[in-house]
Design a protein around this ligand. Structure first.
Ligand code: NI
Length: 395
């Protein structure tokens, strides 16, 4: 263990808190991270770190060149906020009504800037290169954040990649790790079921879209529960069901929106096919006319076993054995970090920020315990340091 890494993380904590609070007060939605980009660039410039901007959208890629040759390790932070009205009451709460860093990406940026500060101070001792990936548009699954960066080719020479996410389901001081399945693939669907509006007293003269839609919802539930293996990790949720105009009129249209989460690509195809088929069957049964628009979002995040083992050993060394929490189950939430792991070995890591009363991610009251900025930066800087502090062969 290099005690200097821990010491530097302490020294840069004040800066990290400052960056985090500034970014928190000035959140920007997916694809609109212009001022966030400006802050990142200013810090990198002050540190003397080379960078490329607008790689894809507002992405910034910083590069720290070690004093010696060696592998290229990438670290990623996502930059975007969510369309949520903040209710934390914090003195540095969002100044942009209706936009909030409710997923902790403000902390991710602050931590990566802290790591950049630490590693830039010890760069002469590094055998290799550090690639700092500041990525826009993680939240909006249908805008390519990680995918856009991958396709730009800037990470073609990267040997291993690590990223973290603040995680309120595990306590402050713990680091969540897991080999293999970690976060699910996420798709989205929009469905319109068109019937024929009629007087509520004369159902036989119309086609009731509400009754048809209610049947379809039950079919979807049955497909998941009766057609897929309970061990297969499949979930679908219909989050929007809109229909009807008036209490005594049979509805002519029902609109539904939902999401399917899977790990196995075959199950992903299966769910898309079965949702489509079940709507056709519904139309036969009810005489409705249904359409579905099924959009593929993030793929599944699958961690590389050797990178997970390595990260666990670094966490144990720098943050203590107790900090390592090997997760029993993966999450059905999704992450576009998956796009990096499809091509580069590495792992995604959960940084515990659970404390009493802290609501879940994407909640208007979500916040972090700022002590995790120090532990997060220590961990990420140590992950790079331990890989690049002596001559290793390129992976
Ligand atoms: Ni997030």
């Amino acid at each position: 263990m290099n005690a200097n890494i821990k010491k530097l993380a302490m020294e840069f904590t004040k800066d990290m808190i400052g960056w985090r609070r500034h970014i928190h007060a000035h959140p920007e939605l997916s694809g609109k991270e212009k001022d966030t980009q400006k802050l990142i660039i200013n810090v990198l410039r002050t540190l003397g770190i080379e960078y490329k901007e607008n790689v894809y959208g507002y992405a910034v890629i910083g590069t720290i060149y070690g004093g010696h040759d060696g592998p290229n390790i990438a670290l990623r932070a996502d930059m975007d906020a969510l369309p949520i009205v903040e209710t934390t009451g914090l003195p540095f709460a969002s100044e942009q009504t209706g936009v909030m860093h409710a997923c902790g990406h403000d902390s991710h940026i602050a931590i990566l800037l802290g790591v950049a500060s630490i590693l830039q101070s010890v760069r002469d001792e590094l055998y290799g290169t550090v690639t700092l990936v500041f990525q826009p548009a993680e939240e909006e699954a249908l805008v390519a954040g990680a995918k856009g960066i991958m396709e730009s080719g800037v990470l073609d020479t990267v040997d291993e990649i690590f990223g973290l996410h603040v995680w309120p389901q595990i306590p402050v001081g713990k680091i969540g790790l897991k080999t293999g399945h970690f976060m699910a693939a996420s798709d989205r669907f929009n469905v319109d079921i068109v019937g024929k509006a009629t007087h509520g007293a004369e159902p036989h003269n119309g086609i009731d879209a509400i009754v048809a839609a209610a049947n379809w919802i039950t079919s979807v539930e049955s497909i998941i529960v009766r057609e897929t293996n309970p061990m297969d990790q499949v979930v679908c949720t219909i989050g929007i069901f809109q229909a009807g105009e008036r209490y005594n009129v049979g509805a002519g249209l029902a609109h539904l929106e939902g999401t399917c989460r899977t790990y196995d690509p075959n199950k992903r195809d299966y769910m898309e096919a079965r949702l489509t088929e079940s709507l056709k069957a519904l139309d036969t049964m009810f005489g409705t006319n249904s359409t579905i628009e099924y959009k593929r979002g993030h793929g599944a995040t699958i961690n590389t076993p050797s990178s997970v083992e390595y990260a666990a050993s670094v966490v144990a060394d720098y943050l203590g054995e107790d900090a390592v929490q090997m997760m029993e189950y993966p999450s059905m939430a999704a992450e576009d970090f998956s796009a990096y792991l499809q091509h580069i070995p590495g792992t995604f890591i959960w940084l515990g920020t659970g404390f009493e009363g802290n609501p879940p991610l994407h909640n208007s009251g979500f916040t972090i315990d700022e002590s995790i900025l120090t532990s997060g930066a220590t961990m990420m800087a140590a992950i790079v340091w331990e890989r690049l502090s002596s001559v290793t062969t390129k992976k």
